[in-house]
Ligand binder design. Sequence first.
Ligand code: ADP
Length: 214
Amino acid sequence: MRRRVILLGPPGSGKGTIAVKLQKELGLHHVSSGHMLRREVDNGSTVGRRAKLFLDNGELVPDDVVLELMNTWLSSPNAEEGFVLDGFPRNLAQAKVLDEWLRGSPIERVILFDSPESVTVDRIIGRRTCPKCGRVYQLPTLAPGKDGVCDECGTSLVQREDDQEPVVRKRYDIYRQETEPLTAYYQQQGKLTVVDATRPLEQRLSAATAAVRE
Ligand code: ADP
């Protein structure tokens, strides 16, 4: 299914979990800007060195850094097979550049996972991430088969630096200021579907799958 989809929502709204499921069920590539950035940091690349401080502080990485990474991916042959963008765009400037890039084959659906701050914070504190493949687990509801080990690739799971409570609250505020205006932007384009992110995973997944298939 060659769909181009964006997942929007505050940190901890479960975008990454749903994106992985959509990848498995519908064969869409999962493109996580946060995962790409963390990989650059781990590799010690020039981009990674520039991005690290912003990531650790829970602030948005400058647009030019993110746009360069995303442009590289979106120009690859994989992009033609359909994708789910998770974490990008994060502000109006990025959304407008994305629209320019995709003029011939635009985004078809934007799914907003709506979630209050209290739920976000609780979820993130229980979150564990695989530093190798980027898969996200949620304790205790979505735990790996073996304690602390990724089901996918066997790597030891970690708690992200920016998943400490004060940083999470800051990320939530930044989401409200910078990212939330995108919902009106995509609503005007007639592309927005809102899913209540506090619903059980199965319900969120079937709502998201139906929205992608629309
Ligand atoms: P979450 O959605 O849980 O906040 P992400 O993995 O999407 O986590 O993002 C983690 C961090 O990566 C953000 O706090 C920000 O520093 C950086 N980041 C990810 N995507 C973008 C983006 N599109 N623009 C700017 N910074 C980004």
